[in-house]
Write a protein that binds this ligand. Structure first.
Ligand SMILES: C[S@@+](CC[C@H](N)C(=O)[O-])C[C@H]1O[C@@H](n2cnc3c(N)ncnc32)[C@H](O)[C@@H]1O
Length: 292
């Protein structure tokens, strides 16, 4: 096992980053929560293109942990992501086999159907990121609760979005009153973190595997790191757009130049056609004059 330090989260660089990107601001926390809690079993409900899932897997690999990881998704989409085709699953599957095949398992099925694959009280870290309606997230949490180990940690994405039928925020308010060991990140659409056990001091990050820190310090550190990750990501996107714009302008200029050359060529051909027609006419007139 590699030694773990919370500071290393600042240096986390994702191997795989795809669109859509709402999870980007939480990548350093994914590294940290894996390293700090060393979960024997990690499960994700809702993986899509794999931004969150592969950050957890990459962390397990870099820290050389014995964690088994499970991604559960139909890889067909839902009413918030929209339906998508098999290309997404194929890309996730290829990346998974290439880098994490030894400890990471993709379960292509519904969350409900996957329940039978896990014994009760065995999952140490659960990330819930499926359909984001109030009813769906409540159902996902309550059906998976019996599968959680006594001091398991559960993450909920999108706790701050309140439009388009998103209702995680509402369920999150209920959870905060039920579980006093909780933490709400507000960046990158929000990430809620709870410990389902009853830690003696919920304000210490003891329940997050870091007794030397308090919850407020964890919050501030990862909010700042998450903002930096997002800034870097957006900057890279802007650079990419700029580069594409330059390429498009260069191609447009080339096309304009070709059009101009083509129209010059057409003019030149037309003037030659005119000259030849006049020559032929002159020649015929002369021929008629000679014969008359
Ligand atoms: C918001 S996306 C996941 C985003 C992902 N965690 C990331 O980092 O980008 C939600 C995913 O959950 C899946 N999903 C929603 N409800 C599901 C269910 N009941 N069973 C299986 N998959 C489901 C959808 O197919 C979709 O790919």
């Amino acid at each position: 096992m590699n030694p773990f330090s919370p500071l290393k989260a600042a240096a986390f660089r994702p191997l795989s980053l795809m669109s859509p990107n709402p999870w980007v601001g939480h990548l350093p926390f994914a590294y940290w929560v894996i390293g700090a809690t060393r979960p024997p079993i990690f499960v994700e409900l809702g993986t899509h293109t794999g931004n969150s899932y592969f950050a957890f897997c990459q962390s397990v690999k870099e820290l050389q942990l014995p964690t088994q990881c499970y991604a559960i998704d139909t890889w067909q989409g839902d009413s918030h992501t929209g339906q998508y085709d098999d290309n997404i699953f194929n890309a996730v599957n290829t990346h998974n086999q290439m880098y994490y095949g030894e400890f990471s398992h993709l379960l292509r099925m519904t969350f409900d159907d996957a329940l039978t694959q896990f014994d009760n009280s065995t999952i140490n870290l659960l990330h819930i990121d499926g359909l984001h309606t109030y009813e769906a997230v409540k159902h996902d949490f309550e059906t998976w609760l019996p599968k959680l180990a006594p001091n398991a940690i559960v993450l909920f994405h999108d706790i701050v979005i309140r439009d388009h039928g998103f209702g995680v925020w509402q369920f999150w308010e209920e959870l905060q009153t039920r579980y006093n060991a909780n933490l709400s990140f507000l960046h990158s659409k929000g990430l809620g973190v709870i410990c389902i056990g009853k830690p003696i001091n919920p304000n210490s990050a003891n329940w997050l595997g870091a007794p030397q820190l308090n919850i407020q310090e964890v919050y501030e550190y990862f909010t700042a790191l998450g903002d930096r990750q997002l800034e870097v990501f957006n900057l890279r996107q802007d650079e990419l757009k700029l580069r594409l714009n330059h390429e498009v302008s260069a191609l447009s200029k080339e096309l304009e130049d070709r059009d101009a050359e083509l129209s010059e060529l057409r003019q030149w051909i037309n003037s030659w056609k005119l000259l030849i027609a006049r020559g032929i006419k002159l020649f015929i007139n002369r021929l008629i004059g000679m014969n008359s």
